[in-house]
Design a protein around this ligand. Structure first.
Ligand SMILES: Cc1cc2nc3c(=O)[nH]c(=O)nc-3n(C[C@H](O)[C@H](O)[C@H](O)COP(=O)(O)O)c2cc1C
Length: 225
């Protein structure tokens, strides 16, 4: 079986957020999908190990933000490579709040859909939430961000808690280090978790080096030239 076949599934990238009254949480997902028109329903599938999964379950509602192509790895790393259990993901960025009370980022978001949870399905590692749309708003006409664009242009990686993570199926790392810089004696190290590329004149990373985007240590960096 070639599990990388599943990488051919086209999907968008979203940030799903919920505030249960105690704490606001949110994470990147690629599992947003419209289910029906009447009633207007969407789904999100969230890993049970993600703090956001519990927040949606407790709140009974969520805000689904559709990311657009203005999104950068900093925004993806903020919501997709750290946990709301440890940090306030909404601090320091422009945010809105739906009438149901869920926060959502505004930067690089082309639409926000506010939902009440009407069904929950346990699908093993993840929970599938069906949300009935209570409100929806278009924020911009920018092109929605696809998973393909995320891989090809942002050089992003798929973390283990993403629904689309396929154990053992390594994604292509990409060959994007600038040739001119390489010719000038610079070296590039890529974070295998979030895809961030660090450029340095040194042959090796210092032992205490950590990824400025997702925070992992030097061990998870690969030298690409
Ligand atoms: C590109 C990308 C796609 C992701 N897709 C999903 C997904 O569909 N479902 C999910 O539960 N987590 C997904 N994740 C992982 C979560 O965003 C990540 O585990 C996050 O740190 C959880 O944060 P939380 O603990 O605050 O909920 C994805 C992450 C990235 C970067």
């Amino acid at each position: 079986m070639d599990a990388t076949a599943l990488y051919k599934f086209p999907s968008g990238l979203y940030v799903v957020c919920a505030d249960d009254g105690e704490k606001a949480a949110g994470c990147v997902i690629n599992t947003g999908l419209q289910l029906t028109s009447e009633p207007l329903q969407v789904q999100v599938v969230v890993n049970k190990g993600n703090f956001t999964e519990g927040a949606i379950a407790r709140a009974g509602h969520f805000a689904l933000s559709v990311l657009d192509e203005r999104a950068d790895m900093e925004l993806i790393a903020r919501f997709g490579f750290q946990s709301s259990a440890d940090v306030d993901k909404f601090e320091g960025i422009e945010c809105g709040r739906t009438e149901l009370g869920d926060p959502h980022p505004i930067q690089a978001v082309c639409a926000v859909i506010s939902c009440r949870v009407v069904k929950t399905l346990d699908v093993g590692t993840h929970t599938l939430f069906v949300g009935e749309v209570a409100d929806a708003e278009v924020l911009s006409d920018e092109t929605p961000l696809t998973y393909a664009y995320y891989h090809a242009v942002l050089k992003g990686k798929t973390p283990p808690k993403a629904s689309s993570f396929v154990p053992g199926a390594e994604e292509p790392a990409g060959e994007d280090a600038p040739a001119a810089a390489a010719a000038g004696g610079l070296h590039h190290f890529r974070c295998t978790l979030c895809g961030y590329v660090y450029e340095t004149e040194d042959e090796e990373l210092p032992d205490d080096f950590t990824c400025p985007l997702c925070g992992v240590g030097k061990d998870l960096f690969e030298k690409i030239d």
